[in-house]
Design a binder for this molecule. Sequence first.
Ligand code: 5GP
Length: 218
Amino acid sequence: MAEKGSLVVISGFSGAGKGTVVKELEKLGGNYWTSVSMTTRRPRPGEEEGLSYYFVTREEFEKTIEENGFLEYAAFVDNYYGTPRKYVEEKLAEGRDVILEIESNGGSQVKTFFPEAILIFITAPSAGELAQRLRGRGTEAASVVEGRLRKAREESFIIDQYDYLLVNENGKARECAEQIHEIIRKDRYAPRRQQAFIRKLQDGFAELIERHLQENGP
Ligand code: 5GP
């Protein structure tokens, strides 16, 4: 079986419902730990420090970059967002499956440094549906909605770099989370996730051949 936890990147257009899907995933009883990112964006109503994000100044963010404190980071619509490195590495070593809910530039960085990561992209059923969800949120100015649609178009060209593309249908976040749960479960059986076990098999064969030669001659 897999040795360390899985590193799972969940990206998707703003308004695709990633946050809800991740909450549903946590309820499915896996061994999940969701990373809390650092951002320079202001908190939205209802968001809490240390739960939604660590809200920091640009200076604090840049200091963390200099200290190599991020696993990945990216600028997204005028703000910085980054994954603090330390906790992610600790939780993976403990065998937890770590969920990163991040945008696609960050996803590409993770794939470069952690080729074994599972990259999942979530979308709404259509561009029109996505726009409607963004406007319906009502917490953003029209210019912000437009910025997010432009960003969504850009991100649509990066989807190919992902391992999986899932549609989060209206009101079906639970189903989407179940699909992710299944993907993570199956990934445990991938050989690249079982390197120590494969080495043990190889050493075992070498040892048996050696013994066979000693007992029976060449
Ligand atoms: P929001 O402002 O809506 O909370 O997030 C904007 C975008 O930033 C979302 O696509 C979200 O997934 C992404 N994001 C959140 N945290 C991180 C992070 O640590 N790194 C990167 N690269 N993107 C992030």
